[in-house]
Design a protein. Structure first.
Length: 215
């Protein structure tokens, strides 16, 4: 009897040791995975604020005699004496329509767009964080969404309020006119935003349009 009781105690002790070992290795594996993910993200966005500030300055240079046009954010005064490069969005006009009127802040704008970040380690063309169309843009097949400018980030709203129906622009937005230093979901803080935007239609408050109306 004593021999059998001793064997039971040894088996119980061995079982507890195995459970403790399993818990130990599970904990350390979790910590290792977490640290690896953090390190990967840090490498992806290393010197991110500095890189985005540099991108803004580069866009400003391109707007001075280059292929970009700068547009002052609608929240800024053109007569202010302390304007900075980050107070402007920078625009490349891909397609220009013959229309001459633009939406105002309270209009509803039907747009097709793709948004991405500046290039990073894993995304040489920039990480795409949102889009209404896949592959190349096509006026007849691209998905659309309705926005009211006054509910958007300053940079996106500024672009819409300077576009005409039928325009397609590539818009470069400093992070100060986007999601700032805190970011949003998959967008890290200090992220400049790049958008390809097509303005399909817009209308005033009280007016309506059929769903998914295109040009």
């Amino acid at each position: 009897m004593k021999s059998e009781e001793l064997r039971r105690k040894k088996r119980a002790a061995w079982t507890w040791r195995m459970l403790l070992c399993a818990a130990f290795f599970t904990l350390h594996a979790t910590l290792f995975t977490s640290c690896s993910e953090e390190n990967t993200e840090e490498e992806e966005y290393a010197n991110w604020q500095e890189r985005n500030n540099g991108a803004t300055d580069h866009w400003a240079v391109q707007a001075n005699g280059g292929n970009l046009t700068k547009i002052l954010a609608y929240t800024k005064e053109a007569t202010a004496s302390n304007l900075k490069n980050s107070d402007y969005i920078y625009v490349e006009r891909i397609e220009t329509s013959s229309n001459t009127e633009s939406p105002i802040a309270t209009d509803t704008c039907r747009v097709s767009y793709r948004g991405y970040l500046i290039p990073s380690k894993s995304y040489k063309e920039g990480y795409v964080f949102d889009q209404t169309f896949l592959n190349g843009f096509d006026w007849t097949t691209a998905g659309a969404v309705d926005f009211i400018p006054q509910g958007l980030t300053v940079g996106f709203a500024t672009a819409l309020m300077n576009m005409h129906k039928g325009d397609r622009w590539r818009v470069y937005v400093p992070y100060q006119l986007g999601y700032g230093t805190s970011g949003l979901r998959s967008i890290p803080g200090y992220s400049n935003l790049v958008f390809e935007i097509a303005l399909l239609d817009y209308w005033h408050p009280g007016d309506k349009r059929p769903m998914f109306k295109s040009r």
